[in-house]
Design a protein around this ligand. Structure first.
Ligand code: LLP
Length: 429
């Protein structure tokens, strides 16, 4: 049995118990479920702002841009929170570009990552005037130059280098090792920069690295920074000056007692390295996703049935792997807590599962819960990589979303209907 104590709820202090009831900022979560139904994603604006503030403190006095990695949660009103706070965006598709612009992003503060950018996406981004393409391979340099040249433009580029550092995270979300598909190998970097500098449709502006996601240790960052700075020195000595350094590796969040460094404390150490090697004056860029939104959100779900079994007891809820894919995909842990505590009631150990027809459709295993059918529970730490990875499997409509701001609760996405899902489909004959 693993449940965080009330004082250590991931998402606190915006998420807190008042008496037996769970509140997010000034809103009682059970009231939101009554109005909007379940499953329901709820996000705290103050929690996003406070996560962002840790990065802003870390970069105080420096030339820097925080690019929110919108793949973590690309809902328009979430993007709007970051755009209005002055953030740029890290995008990975033409669709994300359209979303970012719709939410009010400044094109010059958009960077475009990803190993498989199409010519059409490159054209769309060049037309919009984005700030930088993070190029992930040598062939991509050639294609981007060709596309930009055909438009009479020079594409601003940085090359994503692969520092071959183990981020010590889940293999599916580790991106900086030699065996990964991301970035240009350390030993090919100089040749790639030489080529980029010689291509007529490109303008070299920076360097970029990203070693993985949900990183909870400082060591891999420090190693990666050393490797990147070695390259910066060599590139500047032999090819061209770099105006910016985009350094990443997604900072982890507390899902289950995890204790990642705070963004400001981490950057204090990284900036010391930059300063020591004389690169402290470069424009610094980061592209955090999860650490800005992960613990700002949760998903409310209703208990449908309790099903005792010989080997396992099941608590069947109305949210499922299509809404919250991380447990099924990565065996990820999300804390699950009742919205209203049944004080003094005995707990039973359950696997919390959804209604989807797959054994992999579980949200939590071996959880001690005192619940009855009809009770509401919150799946915590669900602000990142939940709604943005949600699907329509089993023809389930994706949940509604609410953004809480003090005592105000704004519906920011309507629940998806079956008509929404069938739009664009055709019967034959
Ligand atoms: N920049 C690049 C180039 C990335 O590949 C990623 C994440 C980020 C930024 C944002 O990283 P973050 O700050 O969110 O850690 N679906 C997985 C996570 C996949 C992350 C992929 N890349 C999960 O649910 O854990």
């Amino acid at each position: 049995m693993t449940q965080p104590s009330a004082s250590a709820l991931p998402g606190s202090p915006q998420l807190a118990r008042r008496g037996s009831e769970l509140w997010l900022e000034g809103c009682r979560l059970s009231d939101l479920a009554k109005v909007h139904g379940t499953p329901l994603f709820v996000y705290s604006k103050a929690a996003m702002r406070s996560a962002l503030a840790a990065y802003q403190r870390g970069f105080a006095g420096r030339q820097s841009t925080i690019h929110y990695a919108m793949k973590a949660n690309s809902s328009l009103a979430v993007l709007q929170v970051f755009a209005s706070a002055g953030c740029g965006f890290d995008i990975v598709s033409g669709g994300e570009l359209t979303r970012a612009l719709t939410a009010g992003a400044e094109p010059g503060k958009i960077i475009f990552s990803g190993v498989g950018k199409t010519r059409a996406e490159m054209r769309q981004a060049l037309q919009a005037g984005i700030g930088c393409f993070n190029v992930e391979s040598e062939p991509e340099l050639e294609v981007l130059s060709e596309v930009a040249q055909s438009m009479g433009l020079r594409a601003p580029v940085s090359i994503r280098v692969n520092p071959n550092v183990d981020a010590k995270t889940h293999p599916y979300i580790s991106t900086g090792l030699k065996g990964n598909k991301f970035g240009v190998a350390h030993e090919r970097t100089l040749a790639a920069y030489r080529r980029a500098a010689s291509l007529p449709g490109l303008k070299v502006v920076g360097i970029d690295c990203h070693i993985g996601s949900q990183i909870t240790e400082t060591g891999p960052y420090l190693d990666a920074m050393d490797r990147v700075l070695e390259l910066v020195e060599a590139i500047e000595a032999q090819v061209t000056r770099l105006a910016h350094i985009d350094f990443g590796g997604g900072l982890g969040i507390n899902y289950k007692g995890d204790t990642p460094p705070e963004a400001d404390a981490l950057w204090q150490q990284l900036l010391a390295k930059l300063d020591a090697r004389g690169f402290g004056d470069r424009h610094l860029m980061v592209e955090p996703g999860r650490s800005l939104v992960g613990n700002a959100g949760l998903c409310i779900t209703e208990v449908q049935y309790l099903k005792p079994g010989e080997q396992k007891n099941f608590c069947i809820v109305d949210a499922a792997m299509n809404d919250l894919p991380r447990p099924a995909m990565y065996e990820a842990f999300h804390a699950i807590v009742p919205l209203t505590e049944r004080e003094g009631a005995d707990t039973t150990v359950y696997d919390v599962v959804g209604p989807v027809c797959e054994s992999g459709d579980w949200l939590g295993r071996d959880r001690a819960l005192a619940v009855q059918p009809g009770d509401l529970m919150a799946v915590l730490s669900a602000g990142a990589y939940c709604m943005s990875m949600a699907s329509n499997y089993n023809t389930r409509g994706r949940p509604a979303e609410v953004l809480v701001d003090g005592e105000q609760a704004h519906l920011i996405r309507e629940r998806e209907t079956v008509e929404d899902q069938m739009r664009g489909e055709r019967l034959v004959g």
